[in-house]
Design a protein around this ligand. Structure first.
Ligand SMILES: [Zn+2]
Ligand SMILES: [Zn+2]
Length: 152
């Protein structure tokens, strides 16, 4: 991916720049992601929160996950487009919504989580890293993404 990454919401009131390489990219098939995206799964990039510079007014909304962690998501105050989310256990990492990037073509999920909720019509590529739920240890996801990259 070409750094910096630039992105915006649909209406353009919120714009951002990410100045460091994302740690990894993932697809989440959980029912909460299906609901909030109105789609079959969400596509995200895990980035260092401090690497993101953002302009524009945001609204915040928090929910408590099945594991009891609080996740806050930030959306454009005008158009409601979700830009990123942050979990209270790992505030130094942000989950950026891949679809808000200017160039989405470079985003390929290295890890798939919550495949137990995956739509049956969707077949995942061979060799892609899969987790039936979400591992409690976030490092397991990073390790899986590195293994996937190493295999090419
Ligand atoms: Zn907007
Ligand atoms: Zn999810």
């Amino acid at each position: 991916m070409k750094i910096p990454l630039n992105g915006s919401c649909q209406c353009g009131a919120v714009t951002y720049t990410v100045s460091a390489e994302p740690l990894f990219t993932y697809a989440c098939h959980c029912s909460s992601c299906q609901k909030r995206t109105g789609s079959a799964f969400s596509l995200g990039l895990v980035i260092a929160t401090e690497a993101m510079a953002l302009k524009g007014a945001l609204t915040a909304w928090s929910r408590v996950s099945e594991q009891g962690n609080t996740n806050t998501r930030y959306s454009c105050a005008s158009c409601g487009n979700i830009i990123y989310g942050i979990g209270d256990i790992n505030p130094e990492l942000a989950k950026l919504q891949a679809g808000t990037l200017e160039d989405t073509s470079a985003v390929e999920p290295e890890v798939h989580i919550w495949t137990s909720r995956k739509q049956p019509w969707l077949t995942l590529p061979d060799g892609v890293q899969q987790f039936e739920t979400q591992p409690e240890d976030g490092l397991a996801l990073l390790q899986a993404a590195m293994d996937y990259r190493a295999r090419g």
